[in-house]
Design a protein around this ligand. Structure first.
Ligand code: IMP
Ligand code: MG
Length: 177
């Protein structure tokens, strides 16, 4: 689906090319043991499913629901787990798969939650990173693209639940709320 009214920041082809590179890197970094991919719903849904299929190694797939943003463009600063993992991750290598790191509030919180479950390791893969907006420190091991401080939609990312099914990542103009 293409929405000609929104300017494209990263095309569907560029996204897929980068995901193939990230997949190869992750394959090389995790040679053995259980790898648990954790999708942070809903924004990471397409990145998660494409990244999982870019891997050559075996991986478990699990899902976590989080609410932190409400319906607008800015964070409420509050994070709530709305759907927890199905699997236990004790002793496992966990890779959190997120759409975008913005203030860092969500991932900073989630890393703490998961570390308490005593996995062997926890790392983050984020398709997009807006480093200028960081309020909390977050180490992202696998970054798809660093982007400027613009509000983006598409390829899973939404504004008020709209635009998620655009194939490209597009810029949503207008005053930030
Ligand atoms: P953080 O806790 O501020 O890092 O926010 C992370 C979450 O905010 C992401 O998972 C997104 O759901 C949302 N978010 C941040 N920036 C954008 C954006 O530009 N477009 C759409 N969602 C965004
Ligand atoms: Mg989100």
């Amino acid at each position: 689906m293409v929405d000609p009214s929104l300017p494209v920041l990263i095309s569907a082809e560029k996204i897929q090319e980068r995901i193939r590179e990230l997949g190869a890197q992750i394959d090389a970094d995790y040679p053995n043991g259980d790898l648990h991919l954790v999708c942070i719903l809903k924004g990471a849904c397409f990145f998660f499913s494409d990244l999982a299929r870019a891997l050559k190694r075996e991986a478990y797939m699990d899902f976590m629901g989080i609410s932190s943003y409400g319906k607008g463009k800015s964070t409420s600063g509050e994070v709530k787990v709305t759907k927890d993992l199905d699997f236990t991750v004790e002793g496992a290598d966990v890779l959190l798969v997120e759409d975008i790191v913005d203030s860092g509030v969500t991932l900073n919180y989630l890393i703490h939650v998961l570390e308490q479950r005593r996995p062997r390791s926890v790392r983050i893969a984020a398709l997009l990173d807006k480093p200028d907006r960081r309020l909390r420190p977050v180490h992202v091991s696998y970054v798809g693209f660093k982007i400027p401080d613009k509000f983006v939609v598409g390829y899973g990312l939404d504004y008020a639940e709209k635009y998620r099914n655009l194939r490209d990542i597009c810029v949503l103009e207008g005053p930030p709320a």
